[in-house]
Design a protein around this ligand. Sequence first.
Ligand SMILES: C[S@@+](CC[C@H](N)C(=O)[O-])C[C@H]1O[C@@H](n2cnc3c(N)ncnc32)[C@H](O)[C@@H]1O
Length: 432
Amino acid sequence: MANLLSGNLDFACKSANNALHNFHSFPAKFPPELPRAFILGLTAPLDTVLDPMLGSGTTVLEAFLNDRRAIGFDIDPLALLISRVKTSSPDPEQLSDRGSSVVSRARAALASEPNKLQHDLEGRWDAKTKAFVDYWFLPQTQLELVAIAQEIDRICDLSVKEFLELTFSSIIITKSGGVSLAMDLGHTRPHKVTPVLEGSGAGKANKGKRLRSAVSDFEKRFGTNLRAMRMRPPVGKGADAQVHYGYSQSLPLRDESVDLIVTSPPYASNAIDYMRAHKFSLVWLGHSIEELAKQRTEYIGNERIKRSVDPLPPFSEAVVSEIAGVDQSKGKILHSYFCEIKLVIGEMFRVLRPGKAAIVVVGNSIFRGKSSYTAECLAEIGQSLGFMVPGVNKRNIDRNRRMMPIGNQVDLNSVVQQRMLQEHVIGFYKPC
Ligand SMILES: C[S@@+](CC[C@H](N)C(=O)[O-])C[C@H]1O[C@@H](n2cnc3c(N)ncnc32)[C@H](O)[C@@H]1O
């Protein structure tokens, strides 16, 4: 493990199978080469590989494609959908038929029954969710989206339906806010923009966001995702992928049942607010704004202060105290974050077999100009729970390949932004 950890972990060049990983954008996702290197280097076929915070399922898909038994947990509905679709095997011919039929039937409904679609839109949500949709989507886009969503709803085969739902979601959640009026879902708090509808004749001088037809976007994206699915290499007989809703702080797994963990927890203090972006498509997939707001409070790294008096090891306590010295509330938030992560690392220790490893990738946070020393604190917390830490390495994040918690304009004089362009890879080893 030490050898793998000390190598170059930037993975700046693209390699095979990445199209499958790109079904849907997701903030702070791994380059696939990162989990792949550890899976191939530290496990054998049919070993069990776990990601307790699976996000877009990069670890789980890599383990599956390499004939391992993959298990992943998350509490984010979109993360679960993405990961299930990437590791499911719908029949490509059936997919192709159903996808084309969704497009043609949605176009027909838009042409022949716009009033019915409008009526369906009115009854689709509670008042709060409808207000959110009205604020962020143009009336014409809403009609197109509901026409597609209703056609997808009619599909019975779950793996085909989820593939199409994911394609649908991927036209809404993009760095530029997709077919919504959000200017940027990937980097900043969303801003609403003035749209220029494609084909409206508005000149190039008009700087508004160019909004394309949702049905055309869906059709194009469907073609891309279908091609990626068709090119997926066959997986071995024993390969398996299980994706479940579950909290990483209490994993429903037996003690000593896992051969490798590769995971990355959220940043501290909501630096990436998953739900902020995900609700843009989740409302179209049947979730209400109220339910999603409740769910958001459950994420590790949210700014909720837990009434925990759990002691942390000395260096971590000192980091928290230093930050509390300049901002008491931020100190409490960081303390809560480390306590949550301590529970997760405790679970990782419990489920790993002795002699096996956990690879944890973490980003740093800055509170009032002071570093959270997240990697150093997590390494210390892991050691306090019985892990050995054979190595910690830094990797540079490729901004072109990843949605980041900071804006497009990098200020090289900003210590905060520089630190956000790197993350740490911590190797934990459970002694025999
Ligand atoms: C940094 S992302 C993981 C990205 C992933 N490595 C990938 O390649 O896509 C962290 C994930 O942790 C999940 N998460 C947050 N709190 C959680 C909890 N209590 N239990 C399980 N997952 C959680 C978030 O929903 C998010 O998907």
